[in-house]
Every structure is written in C-alpha cells, then in structure tokens.
Design a protein around this ligand. Sequence first.
Ligand SMILES: [Zn+2]
Length: 164
Amino acid sequence: MSHEPVIDGFEFASAGAKQQGVLPAGDFPRLRDMLASDAGEVAYEIEGVYDERGRPALRLRVGGTLELRCQRCLEPMPFEVQTDEMLVLAGTLAEISAEPAGAHAPDRVLGGKEMPVRELVEDEIILALPYAPRHESCTARPSRDADGKTSPFAGLRGLMGGKH
Ligand SMILES: [Zn+2]
C-alpha cells in the first residue's frame, strides 16, 4: 500500500495550510479506463482558505499532461490538464443538497478529518477531461484495402486494434 496523504479539511482550511505534490497517472484507478497509458503525471497544490462568504474551503490547483486516446484514430494523444478550483467545505451532505444549484454556485465537498488528497485531485482531473478526445488536426482517414475500396470492416478493425 502506497503512502496515502490525507488532510483534515476544516483544520487545513482554518490553519491556512498548504500541501503540494506530484502523482503519476497510474495512481488514479478511476482514470484507468480513460487513459491510453500510465504515462504522465500531475502536480497539485492544495491550500486552506476561506471563500468570500467566510466559509472554510480548499483551493485546489492541478496541472500536468496525461495520455488520452483519440476517439477518431485511436492513437494516444497528450492532454494537458490545468484546473484551479475552490471547493467549499460542508459539514453534512444535507448542507450540500440545501445549496441552490446554479452556474455560479461553488463546488461543495464534504469536509472530513481524513480527506484523501489523491481522490480530490482525481475528481478534478475527471471533470477536466473531454468527453470524446480528438487530435486537434487528426490525420486519420477511413482505411482502404489494396484496390482502393473502403473496407466495410475498416472501422471495426480499428476498434479491435485499439483494445489492449
Ligand atoms: Zn487522432
């Protein structure tokens, strides 16, 4: 079992604490299906703050490059993650559901004594990933067989070739 950093959310916020680190892409189990490989890593910085309404919060910045799979050519493609979010701590789940939802509503997260930093970082990465990643100028063309006709199985073959 690797070292799992945890923070006491409310304590961290009131102390104005700061923590930073680097996590390899392979450390995020929920990302595994979305990544083309374990290549890459992300750096994070988490800081205890108060929001503009005086509520304890965590400011979380995440940056790094991961390898996604282009949904058009199925080749790996680098994807740069760059997020900077304020997570306002809540004491109970009821407090979170009582908050009116809206575009300007802050992200709420349940504060606890042992909040796993890796999972907070993983959540931010998942939110930042594109739904259907593609190379900006993907050069994939429908594959053709020797006589120049498009094979009806070209797409299928591409999919099968993309499996691990
Ligand atoms: Zn592509």
